[in-house]
Structures are given as structure tokens and as C-alpha cells.
Design a protein around this ligand. Structure first.
Ligand code: GLA
Length: 730
């Protein structure tokens, strides 16, 4: 069967692979009715009549003929599951797109005009987007009934993944400008509301808490209006069918390839169906689309699984690794990173950094990163942002880089390109580059003593680009940590006229992508890591450019285990920057075990490590070198015990050839002697594996049926076991 198909006789579009199917009926009036989204079926032809059940159809008055008319095929205009609900008609569930044209009204009514099916995925210039082989796309073109505006609805499906990509793009084919006042990426109508909604909310140092609520009547919303995808709410959400769990039942994961304001809205109305719209937040949004212009909403990613949350996550993980990240460097190249921040903060000089480098090499460091404090007058966080010139009085970077080379390791550095301190040369020379400065306000909100640069203003972006390019030309670093340490408060841009102020939020994100896109293209061998006060911009938009993102400023395992575990629902471990720091709650052995379930690194004063600690960390580094790529990066993750539903956190990764597996088991509160058998997953039942916990060898079947035996032990608070299983080849 083809991945995408159109049965003209039945007026039925289908997108289907071995895992799931999606069917759309083109009705008589030109609306696209979503008739199926679920497990793959052999034959979809019966769906054309699903919607014919029942007799009632919505009436309409035809002004031209002055007569009442029904729809010939029984369309129920306020209730039928649709791909694009109109606005200002019978349908009041919430349209994904709303336009205002010359007449001033809000009515927006798109009807089918044509379609095409092609191999590959749509490319949205200037926006991060899905890519890669094995996909087919259905592009449906609709036209607004009053304004000459075209809507392209793109749906793409992969041959080998249970992932659906959706987005809308608008084109003004008329002679007059229109305003877009809502531009979501997708609509999804499901005929049942029997789901639980899982979202990941939090705050600084407590990102992505597990929040689960039943889908209920009326409206539920998960959103950010903070200018970034945010620590407060992550754009990744899950619809979990009632009764589904980690290993069984239907789970639908949704995410946006976007880093700014978003809104996931679920509405359950009178007919009990679930109506979802998802995309850029429409709060304070308004976009002028001039004749001939195009506006593309970010792509939405929908993962479908009939095998529970685990299957859904596995699809998202493979999608991110194979169809999203564009970093040119080799996937095998995930160096062990030492970051200077928590070890010395702003107080360092060349001698200290050289000592750090020497010490850090002893624990396996392959990439040394100098964090905040190396530029301008940046001796604390009140000044210097925006002045990306090396503070030569403080640090001799040439010497530092030469030393790294001598030691056989690479070098990276910290930037925060979208920000400015008012105490900086950049602000003194160009106060107009700060967001809100030219807007006639008396005061502006400060966060961490800094203002947000107006990245809607091309000159501001160009200024930072020129500074970064000059730096990179003189100091060809291997890595850049790209930070973003405040949210957007006043969103007034001096660079845009009054009628375009509704474009600011989105233009800030486009400015971020422009700069990051340009630099990653010009310096393809420099690895960029995302960061935003820890994990405040952990999203698919950033991952397109950055293969990994600093997950949280909280590295204490007591909190960190939840943060990393929960992040794994939507994002692969290979994207999760995780470091061992010197928090005192747990020993280095525990902190290293947890950091190994991500991209491993360090953040501490290495001079304070005891010989025993150096030994522990060097051993963890060796394990990382040996198993990270095959087991963590390219392996399959199994979540065995969720910390939000019990005393344990347990994750397991298995290499694709099922020859090796790593298991991390942690408990929260201390616990006495009891039975604790942790049943593993994903092993080859017939193979024999030796585990390095009790040194025993068992079959894969034994580990999966009986389990790893952690019984009869007293566990202290945040105690941890890291177990390596390796196939025993006789
Ligand atoms: C943010 C980051 C930290 C560090 C500091 C530097 O908080 O999350 O890792 O880089 O900024 O100021």
C-alpha cells in the first residue's frame, strides 16, 4: 500500500504505514473530515460511510438562489471532525486559522481546491523542520471563500516511524493585505475524549514535572506566553487513552518544531469529541500578510503508539535523531564535556583555567568549556552582555586553546547572543537594540539585570552576528553553549510600525533561528548546545540546530532524576546535557550514573576531588566511551519505574544488536529489606548476559521474566545501582 493515497471514487485520502493510519474524507462542501486516526488497517475504504451515519445535516441559506439547502452528504457543520474548522460559522469549537480581511470581519472559511502527493517533506525556509528519507507528503490546497488566500495543509508520513508531521502555510494570492490573527500548526479531532492529558510544567531548576489530568469538558490549555518554549510548560504533551500505561494502550505525543510562544488547546464540546488545536500562541499575535506573501506555521509532530508511552517515546526519539537534528558533526562524536561554571563561576584567570584543564583531563574530559565571564566587563552578571570581545585582562584564550590542544582535548565557550546588559558598550552605543526601548515606556522589566535584544530588528541580529563571526574567526572553538537567561516581558519593537507589533514574539524566534542557522551553516564543525537558565528552551526548534541541550541547572540527583526521566518522554537521552556536579546529597558514583543517562559531562572545582573520586569518575568516563554510542545514543530506552508513581526511578537502555544494556536504579526515600525484582525489557530472550551487579549470568528471558534482583538490601536515601549487562559469547 502507498504511504499516501487518494481514492477519488470514495473521496478519501489515507496516510498509512505499518503502525498507524489517518483518513480524511473530502466532503461535498469542500471541508476535510478526519474520519480515522488509529492503528494501521489493511483497508480504509469503509470510512467513507462512517460520516453518513445519522440523518441530521446542517442547513444553510444560499443567498444567490434565495433557498435553504442541506449538504448532499450529510455534513454536520458544528460537530464533524475536521482538519480545518472554519471560523464564524456553525462551528464554534475553535478554528486553527483566523484571518481578518479588508471587510474587517473574522469569518474564515477555507474549502478544498486541489491536492498533490509527493515524496519527501515540505521545507520551510528560515524555520527548523523535519527532513530525511522515507517520507511522503500530502499537500492539500484550500482557498478562503471571501479573501483570495490559499491555505496549504501539509501532512507527511514516514515509511518506518509512527510519526505524522502537520502544518499550515498561508499564501496571499489576492490584491489586498490580510491580517492573520491566529495561525496554529494543526487541528486534530478525535471522536472520543477518553484520554488523560500529560504535560510537563515547572520552573527554573525544576523543569518538566509530570502533570497528568483527565481530559474534561470545556477547555484545557497548555501554553507559554513567555517568549520561549519555557521551563514553565514544555511544548511536548501526551494524550494517553484511559488505561494506557508505559507498555500498552494508545498514546499520542504532540510537539512543535518551535522555540517560542505556543498553545495546545483541548476542547470537549456538546458531542463529547475531542477537538485539539496546537501551534503558536495567538495571544498578542497578529501578522500582516501582504499580497504575494507567504506565512508558514511551525511543523507539529504527532507520534502515535498502540504500545503505550514507551512506543510513543521511541518514535519521538528516533524522529529527533534521524529526522530533526542537523548538526554536521558525527553522531559518534559526543565528547565528555567539562564546564567551568559551577567550579569557579565568574572568578577565574588564565592560570586557574589551565589548572582546571589539567585536572579535568584526569576524569576523562575531551572538551573543556569556558562558561560565562570571559568577555567585556563581565565579572558578575550585572554587566557585559552584548560585548563579545575577549577580556584580555582576565583571560588569554589563545593560551588556553593551545593548552587544550597540547592536552589532546577540544575547547568550547559560552555565549548569550540574544541579550544585553544596560551596563555594556553595546547598549550605550545602541540602546534602540533593546526590546521595548523605543516604545515610549517609562520602565522595562529586568531579569538577571539584563534586557532582551530586539531580534525582530535585523540590524541588532547583524550586530551580534558580526561580533560572533569575528570571535570565531580569531578563536576557532569546537563548541558553543548558547544561553538565553530571561523571558520576554514588554514585547514592543522599535523596529516595527504600530500595526505590526503583533508580529514581535514570532519575529524574535525567527531572529534566533536566523542567527543560529547562519552560524551553524558557516561553522558546521562547531557543535552548538542549547541552554536557557538550564532547560528553559528545551524544544524541537532548538534541537534542529543543536544536537543537545543543557537540561537543567539542577544537577543534584534528588531532583535531577525526575527532570531527566520526564524529559525522556519526549526527547532522546542523546539530547539531554547532563553533568556531574559537587552537590552533597549523593556521592559521585550516583551522580555519574545519572549523568551517563544523557550526554555526560562535569561541572565542579576539579582541584577539590579526592583520588578516590577521580578514580570513580574516570571509570564512569570509560564506561561512557565504551557504551554511550551503542547503548544510550542509538539504543532503545525502556522506563522501568517512574519516580512520579513510586519510590524508585529505573531506566534501561539496550543496544540495537541487543548485546549490551545499561540499567540505572535509584530510590528516593530510604527503604529497608524487601523484595525488589526489576524486570528488564528489550533483551534477546535466548542470549546469555552477565551483569556486573552480582556477577551472575542469566538468559535474557530470565532477566525479563524474573528480573534483576535488588532484594534483601537496605537502601539509603537516593541510593543508586548502575548495572551493565553484556552478552556472554561462548
Ligand atoms: C545559566 C546557565 C548556566 C550558566 C549560567 C551562566 O544559568 O543555565 O549553566 O551558563 O547561565 O551565567
Amino acid at each position: 500500500m502507498r504511504l499516501v493515497d487518494y481514492n477519488e471514487k470514495l473521496r478519501l485520502f489515507t496516510l498509512s504505514n505499518n503502525s498507524f493510519g489517518y483518513a480524511i474524507y473530502l466532503n461535498d462542501a469542500g471541508y476535510l473530515e478526519t474520519v480515522y486516526f488509529g492503528r494501521a488497517m489493511r483497508d480504509y475504504s469503509d470510512f467513507a460511510c462512517v460520516r453518513e451515519a445519522g440523518e441530521y445535516a446542517s442547513p444553510r441559506y444560499n443567498i444567490r438562489t434565495a433557498r435553504e439547502e442541506g449538504y448532499r452528504d450529510g455534513f454536520k457543520a458544528d460537530a464533524a471532525p475536521l482538519e480545518v474548522s472554519p471560523h464564524g460559522t456553525w462551528d464554534k469549537r475553535g478554528a486553527p486559522i483566523i484571518l481578518r480581511g479588508a471587510r474587517g470581519g473574522f469569518e474564515t472559511d477555507f474549502r478544498y481546491e486541489s491536492h498533490r502527493i509527493y515524496a519527501g517533506l515540505p521545507v520551510e525556509e528560515g524555520m527548523p523542520h523535519a527532513h530525511g528519507a522515507g517520507a511522503e507528503t500530502l499537500e492539500l490546497t484550500l482557498r478562503e471563500r471571501t479573501y483570495n488566500v490559499l491555505l496549504r495543509l501539509n501532512l507527511s508520513v514516514f515509511s518506518d516511524k509512527n510519526i505524522l508531521i502537520k502544518n499550515f502555510a498561508l499564501e496571499n494570492a489576492g490584491g489586498a493585505a490580510v491580517k492573520i490573527v491566529r495561525a496554529m500548526s494543526m487541528q486534530l479531532d478525535l471522536p472520543s475524549a477518553d484520554y488523560d492529558l500529560v504535560h510537563f510544567c515547572g520552573r527554573w531548576a525544576k523543569e518538566r514535572d509530570w502533570c497528568e489530568n483527565p481530559v474534561h469538558d470545556g477547555v484545557q490549555e497548555v501554553s507559554s506566553n513567555l517568549g520561549r518554549s519555557s521551563a514553565e510548560e514544555n511544548p511536548f504533551v501526551i494524550l494517553k487513552a484511559r488505561g494506557a500505561d508505559e507498555t500498552q494502550g494508545e498514546a499520542i505525543g504532540l510537539n512543535l518544531i518551535y522555540s517560542g510562544n505556543f498553545k495546545f488547546r483541548a476542547f470537549v464540546g456538546a458531542y463529547r469529541g475531542l477537538h485539539i488545536t496546537y501551534g503558536m500562541n495567538d495571544e498578542d499575535f497578529e501578522w500582516t500578510l501582504a499580497p504575494g506573501e507567504r506565512f508558514a506555521a511551525p511543523q507539529a509532530v504527532v507520534a502515535y503508539s498502540a504500545e503505550g508511552l514507551g512506543g510513543m517515546s521511541a518514535a519521538m526519539h528516533r524522529f529527533v535523531r534521524e529526522n530533526l537534528v542537523t548538526y554536521g558533526g558525527s553522531r559518534a562524536d559526543r565528547p565528555i564535556l567539562f564546564n567551568s561554571w559551577e567550579g569557579c563561576y565568574f572568578s577565574f584567570d588564565t592560570a586557574r583555567i589551565l589548572t582546571y584543564i589539567d585536572e579535568s583531563v584526569r576524569i576523562g574530559t575531551q572538551l573543556f568549556v569556558l562558561d560565562d565571564g570571559w568577555f567585556g566587563a563581565r565579572d558578575d552578571d550585572t554587566r557585559g552582555l552584548g560585548d563579545w570581545r575577549v577580556n584580555l585582562k582576565k583571560i588569554d584564550l589563545h593560551k588556553v586553546m593551545a593548552h587544550c590542544k597540547e592536552m589532546g582535548i577540544r575547547f568550547g565557550i559560552w555565549f548569550e547572543p540574544e541579550m544585553v546588559n544596560f551596563d555594556s558598550d553595546l547598549f550605550r552605543a545602541h540602546p534602540e537594540y533593546a526590546l521595548g526601548m523605543n516604545a515610549g515606556r517609562q520602565e522595562l522589566s529586568l531579569m538577571r539585570h539584563q534586557l532582551h535584544l530586539d531580534f525582530a530588528c535585523a540590524a541588532a541580529v547583524e550586530n551580534i552576528y558580526a561580533q560572533m563571526k569575528a570571535f570565531l574567526s580569531e578563536y576557532p572553538v569546537d563548541y558553543i553553549k548558547w544561553d538565553y537567561n530571561r523571558t520576554v516581558a514588554e514585547h514592543l519593537s522599535g523596529s516595527l510600525p504600530p500595526e505590526r507589533q503583533g508580529e514581535v514574539y514570532h519575529r524574535l524566534v525567527l531572529g534566533y533561528y536566523t542567527l543560529l542557522g547562519r552560524l551553524t551553516a558557516e561553522f558546521p564543525h562547531t557543535m552548538f548546545e542549547g541552554c536557557s537558565s538550564g532547560g528553559g528552551r528545551f524544544d524541537l526548534g532548538t534541537l534542529y540546530y543543536c544536537p543537545q541541550i543543557w537540561c537543567s541547572d539542577e544537577s543534584d540527583p534528588a531532583q535531577r532524576m525526575d527532570i531527566q526521566f520526564n524529559t525522556s518522554y519526549g526527547y532522546p537521552l542523546s539530547a539531554i546535557g547532563s553533568h556531574v556536579n559537587d552537590s552533597k546529597v549523593a556521592p559521585y558514583r550516583t551522580k555519574a550514573a545519572l549523568a551517563l543517562f544523557g550526554t555526560y559531562g562535569y561541572e565542579m572545582n576539579p582541584e577539590l576531588l579526592t583520588e578516590e573520586e577521580v578514580h570513580t569518575l574516570a571509570a564512569a568516563a570509560e564506561l561512557y566511551q565504551k557504551y554511550h554510542l551503542s547503548v544510550i545514543e542509538e539504543g532503545t530506552l525502556y522506563r522501568l519505574c517512574a519516580p512520579h508513581s513510586g519510590n524508585y526511578m529505573c531506566m534501561q537502555c539496550v543496544s540495537q544488536d541487543r548485546s549490551a544494556s545499561l540499567v540505572i536504579f535509584m530510590n528516593k526515600l530510604k527503604e529497608g529489606d524487601r523484595f525488589r525484582f526489576i524486570r528488564l525489557r528489550g533483551l534477546d530472550g535466548e542470549k546469555r548476559y552477565r551483569n556486573d551487579f552480582d556477577g551472575q549470568t542469566h538468559t535474557g528471558e530470565y532477566y525479563m521474566r524474573v528480573g534483576l534482583n535488588f532484594s534483601r538490601e537496605w537502601l539509603g536515601e537516593f541510593d543508586c545501582r548502575l548495572v551493565l549487562l553484556t552478552e556472554e559469547v561462548l
